[in-house]
Ligand binder design. Structure first.
Ligand code: MF3
Ligand code: CO
Length: 251
C-alpha cells in the first residue's frame, strides 16, 4: 500500500529532509585529498545530532555508520573507514535522517580534485537523470514514467542503470512502497497521486549494469570494475507539482 501524506506530514518531512540537505552540504565542503571517509561520517553524525535528528542508516539492518560513502567502482553502501580520498576519486555520499517521526534521504556524487572526462560525464549524466526522473513525478503520470525516463536518458548517454537496487517511497519508514526502479517501460505501475513522497535515486555505471556485493556484505561494486555514480532526492508530489525536499543549495 502506498501511504499518502497530508500537507501537515509533508511539512514535517520538509524538516527531516532539510536536515539531510544541510548535512550533505557540510560534508561536501570537507571533501578533499587526504580526508578519511570515517572523518566525513563523524562530521555528518555530529551535525545531524546538533540539528536535532538521528542518523537513519546507523543500525538499519545492522549498518554501522551514518553515511554510505562509495568510491569509484563502488555503487552504493560503502562503509566509512580509514581510507583516504585521493585526487581523481569519484565519491558518492548517501545520507538518511530521522526527525520527529519522519525520514529524509538523499545522495550526491562529487569528484575529488581533478577527475577524468569520463568521470565528469558520468557524474553529470547521473545528476541529469535524477532531474529528468523528478520531472515525471507528477500526479496523473504512472510510476514507471519516472523509471523509463531515467533509463532512456542514461542509456542514450552510453551508460547503464543499476537494476539490483531501486528508489522507494519514504515517510514514517525509511523504505515504503512503492519501489521506484530506474528502468522499465513507460505507462506501467500505480498512478502517481498528490501526497506521495518518493526517494528517486538513479545509480549509473559507466560499464555494465551488473553489480556484486563485497565480503563486508554491504559494499556494492560494479561487476566490471567500471565507475559508478549515484544521486538521490526525496520529492513530494503535490497539487502544485513536484517539490524537492532535499534540495542542496550548492548543487
Ligand atoms: N540510502 C539507501 C536507500 O536509499 C539506504 C541505505 S541502507 C543502509 O535506500 F543500510 F545503508 F542504511
Ligand atoms: Co534511498
Amino acid at each position: 500500500m502506498i501511504i499518502l501524506k497530508s500537507r501537515h506530514e509533508i511539512e514535517k518531512m520538509k524538516i527531516s529532509n532539510r536536515i539531510v540537505a544541510g548535512v550533505l552540504e557540510e560534508v561536501i565542503k570537507k571533501i578533499r585529498v587526504g580526508v578519511t571517509t570515517i572523518e566525513l561520517d563523524r562530521l555528518a553524525e555530529s551535525v545531524i545530532l546538533k540539528k536535532g535528528g538521528t542518523p537513519a542508516f546507523k543500525g538499519y539492518r545492522g549498518y554501522p555508520n551514518s553515511l554510505c560513502i562509495s568510491i569509484n567502482e563502488q555503487v552504493v553502501h560503502g562503509i566509512p573507514s580509514n581510507r583516504r580520498l585521493k585526487e581523481g576519486d569519484l565519491v558518492s555520499i548517501d545520507l538518511g535522517v530521522y526527525h520527529d517521526g519522519y525520514y529524509g534521504d538523499a545522495a550526491v556524487t562529487v569528484g575529488v580534485g581533478e577527475i577524468t572526462d569520463e568521470a565528469k560525464r558520468l557524474l553529470d549524466a547521473t545528476q541529469k537523470a535524477l532531474y529528468i526522473g523528478i520531472e515525471k513525478a507528477t500526479a496523473g503520470n504512472h510510476l514507471s514514467d519516472i523509471s523509463n525516463a531515467v533509463q532512456m536518458y542514461v542509456e542514450g548517454e552510453g551508460f547503464s542503470v543499476v537494476r539490483a537496487f531501486v528508489g522507494h517511497g519514504i515517510g514514517t519508514s525509511l523504505h515504503e512502497e512503492p519501489q521506484v526502479p530506474n528502468f522499465g517501460e513507460a505507462g506501467k505501475g500505480p498512478l502517481l497521486k498528490s501526497g506521495m513522497v518518493l526517494a528517486i535515486e538513479p545509480m549509473v555505471n559507466a560499464g555494465v549494469s551488473d553489480v556484486d556485493v563485497l565480503e563486508d556484505d554491504w559494499t556494492v561494486v560494479t561487476a566490471d570494475g567500471s565507475l559508478s555514480a549515484h544521486f538521490e532526492h526525496t520529492v513530494a508530489i503535490t497539487d502544485n507539482g513536484v517539490e524537492i525536499l532535499t534540495k542542496v543549495a550548492s548543487l
